[in-house]
Design a protein around this ligand. Structure first.
Ligand code: ATP
Length: 140
């Protein structure tokens, strides 16, 4: 079934999530405060808009609460990532996935209500290690 996603932050992680969701036929609203990034995804995402996600009124006017799933893909600005996660949950978004930079960041994201926290570098490291081990076993 087609679901609606809003992605906040079009860095490497957010952009990759956006492209993959669109390829699988999902509806995706891409949001970034950087106009150049948004222009890059204008023809890829279903909708792409320039907005500062720390601006609650902007998130409300984009109808964030109506999306099935919101992905907070802001990385370096930990304060913004926490604030936007909190606001999305307070607005009533049912499923919020947030990207964490480190374990402390992850803990706070969980505390403010993130339903799912991902650590792309750590998670990918684990997957690669498991893949290497299973490949070794097969090779053996
Ligand atoms: P990645 O590793 O995925 O490339 P990153 O961890 O380096 O990303 P950033 O580059 O800090 O993360 O942020 C990712 C994107 O989020 C950037 O395109 C940035 O413009 C956007 N972004 C950061 N803060 C906000 C904000 N308050 N509102 C909207 N977009 C934001």
């Amino acid at each position: 079934m087609k679901q609606s996603f809003a992605i906040i932050g079009l860095g490497r992680f957010g952009a990759s999530v956006c492209t993959t969701l669109v390829e699988t036929g999902q509806e995706v609203l891409a949001i970034d405060r950087d106009e150049d990034r948004v222009n890059e995804y204008m023809d890829i995402a279903t909708h792409a808009v320039v907005a500062n996600a720390e601006d609650e009124m902007a998130l409300r006017s984009l109808g964030l609460r109506n999306f099935d799933h919101v992905i907070i893909a802001i990385g370096e600005d930990i304060q913004a990532s926490i604030l936007v996660t909190l606001m999305a949950k307070e607005m009533g978004v049912k499923r919020v996935t947030a990207k964490a930079q480190n374990l402390y960041h992850a803990k706070v994201l969980e505390k403010v209500g993130a339903d799912h926290v991902v650590h792309p570098e750590r998670d990918m490291g684990e997957r690669v290690a498991h893949h290497l081990i299973s490949k070794n076993i097969l090779d053996y």
